[in-house]
Ligand binder design. Sequence first.
Ligand code: URA
Length: 246
Amino acid sequence: MEEFRLQKFLAAAGVASRRASEVIIAEGRVWVNGKRVTDPAVKVTQKDRVTVDGKPVRIARTKVYIMMNKPLSVISSASDDRERKCVVDLVDMPDVRLFPVGRLDYDTSGLILLTNDGDFMQRITHPSFEIWKTYEAVVKGTPKESELKKLREGVELEDGMTLPAHADVVGYKGNNAIVEITIREGRNRQVRRMLEKINHPVIALKRTQLGGLNVGALKEGEWRNLKRADFEALFGRTEAKEYGYV
Ligand code: URA
């Protein structure tokens, strides 16, 4: 039977990325067969009883990768203490411990990924991998070219300058413009704050794309498993191969 370092076991079970799993272990939150373990190198197999914060953890036999068009008024986490509906509740896979990859605001719709693979999660969310994220924002009024230029070059927010972005007006909805904006950071409410900064607050926000992966024809609330071409669109063909996704 395959043996795993405890840290890898937690990542493979979708508890957290490998790095974050190391912290969880060091914090003394992990028990193996009834004993607290703080060494991430301890070897475990699927037969061992591993718990995190008292909850059993196990590796699903297969890794699951899902793309979903998140509806509005659904929270992008695995659980909510205020009992609001969560993205994982929309996927009927009772035996799989799924986690959303990154976050979308409660009032943002669009493309979100879900997985039980901690390494995949890390590759999408870690800033060093620089996955570009594209949003379609209906904004108040119509930004001028000079205002879009500010978004492209970087605007000063309370948590610092934003990195260069792509921003264009791609359509209109009544008196309001639809701005397509692509960023490679993932700060809290970043797109809303950027557009607020140029005095065109967001009325509605949808994420359309992650890397080259488009939400496509999925309707709000719909989801599907990722296919080979989707991994290539996300990471590029070379990386997708190198990481073993295709
Ligand atoms: N930026 C936002 O403002 N909200 C999101 O949900 C994602 C990016």
